[in-house]
Design a protein around this ligand. Structure first.
Ligand SMILES: Cc1cc2nc3c(=O)[nH]c(=O)nc-3n(C[C@H](O)[C@H](O)[C@H](O)COP(=O)(O)OP(=O)(O)OC[C@H]3O[C@@H](n4cnc5c(N)ncnc54)[C@H](O)[C@@H]3O)c2cc1C
Length: 360
């Protein structure tokens, strides 16, 4: 039996471990005391698969099928409350196409319907149109992560927390295992890097450069009331911002993206000013609302914003599942399945675009 180590206990690591455990002996190593405490727990919980790229649609549709299988029914993990996507007119066709591929529908709406779905929108940005996205929704990360961890255990995955990997280990050009902070080494036939913002730093321990950059983004919970359950996402630059109802308030993001070291970022007061500026354009009433709490976390991207997924062509036995960016909770579970396909050496049309090292 192949011995496989998966580094990282967020959605990427858990999805990879679950998929690989059908024909491998898998050990998952997570540095924190609990699984899924970084991006996979600190995100906006929005299911809005309308990106018109190659992978979002098919991976979102497949992930939804897998989550519903794992949880027994869709409402246990996803509430399809719908969304309003505000896009510039030149992006309308792409958003409608992306939505269709992602298993939701997007169609333009008039001012009256916009007022029903998003009464707080004072005015659309110049040249923008509003689309109603049926099938978009809000998911439950804690339920999803707990269920996936249980599914991993049921397949025999050995999950170790407080296991801080400080270096990958090589034998020639082949991976031989990892070293932990307490000095112990763990031998393995394969290592999967699913360490989120830390993936490329770990690869640097064997001098393997792969271009992945973490970007900090804030989320802010406002003391405000909304009359509609719809998510609202204004994609029209330069004032991208989104919000949705949450815990009797409104969860908002100024859609900031500042390059960061891998870490648990502290909040920056400038983000609140930035948020107020962005809301002033589109939803001035929300601008006045007091802040209940705020936090920040990292979204990690390859330069072309596609996943880094599959075997590393330079290091035998090393595989990657990284660069999940801002859609990891939506595509991650199917991404793990795709990684297992790649590691079995089977072809798949999406794999070429995700090749490890393509952007170095
Ligand atoms: C503000 C924000 C909002 C978002 N909103 C959405 C959204 O609405 N919808 C959506 O689909 N996605 C969203 N995302 C994106 C999504 O959250 C991420 O793409 C996804 O969680 C990334 O998962 P991951 O497993 O790669 O990383 P993580 O969840 O960060 O997991 C990586 C794990 O690796 C562990 N690790 C790192 N280094 C080591 C080491 N040396 N040894 C052992 N373990 C290690 C870490 O402790 C961590 O647990 C959002 C992200 C952010 C930041």
């Amino acid at each position: 039996m192949t011995h496989t180590l998966v580094i990282g206990g967020g959605i990427a690591g858990l999805s990879a471990a679950w998929a690989l455990a059908t024909d491998r002996e898998v050990v998952l190593l997570e540095r924190e005391a609990m699984l899924a405490t970084h991006s996979s727990a600190r995100n906006a919980q929005i299911w809005l698969p309308i990106d018109d790229d190659r992978s979002t649609g098919p991976l979102a549709v497949r992930s939804a099928q897998l989550w519903t299988q794992l949880l027994g029914s869709e409402p246990r993990w996803l509430k399809r409350c719908g969304a309003v996507a505000i896009v510039t007119a030149d992006r309308q066709a792409a958003a409608v196409r992306g939505a269709r591929r992602g298993g939701v529908t997007a169609a333009p709406i008039d001012r009256a319907r916009l007022r029903e779905l998003a009464p707080e929108v004072a005015d659309l940005p110049g040249g923008a149109v509003a689309l109603e996205v049926n099938g978009a929704g809000v998911f439950e990360p804690s339920v999803m992560m707990d269920t996936l961890a249980a599914a991993c255990r049921a397949r025999g995955v050995n999950m170790q927390t407080r296991a801080n990997v400080v270096a990958l280990e090589l034998h020639g050009a082949e991976i031989s295992g990892v070293r932990l902070a307490d000095g112990t080494s763990i031998r393995a036939d394969e290592v999967v890097l699913a360490a989120g913002a830390w993936a490329s730093a770990l690869a640097e321990t064997i001098a393997r450069p792969v271009d992945l950059v973490p970007y900090r983004r804030h989320l802010v919970l406002l003391e405000a009331q909304r009359a509609s359950p719809s998510i609202v996402w204004n994609f029209a630059e330069p004032s991208e911002v989104y919000w949705r109802s949450e815990s009797g308030g409104v969860l908002v993001s100024p859609c900031d993206q500042v390059a960061s070291e891998p870490c648990l970022p502290v909040t920056d007061p400038c983000a609140l000013e930035h948020l107020a500026e962005r809301l002033a354009h589109i939803a001035p009433d929300l601008c006045q609302a007091p802040v209940r709490t705020s936090w920040a976390c990292l979204r990690t991207f390859a330069p072309d914003r596609e996943l880094v997924l599959g075997q590393d062509p330079a290091i035998s036995g090393l595989a990657w599942f990284a660069g999940l960016g801002g859609r990891g909770m939506t595509i991650g579970l199917a991404g793990g399945e795709l990684l297992a396909t790649a590691m079995r050496g089977e072809p798949h049309p999406l794999l070429a675009g995700m090749r490890v090292g393509r952007s170095v």
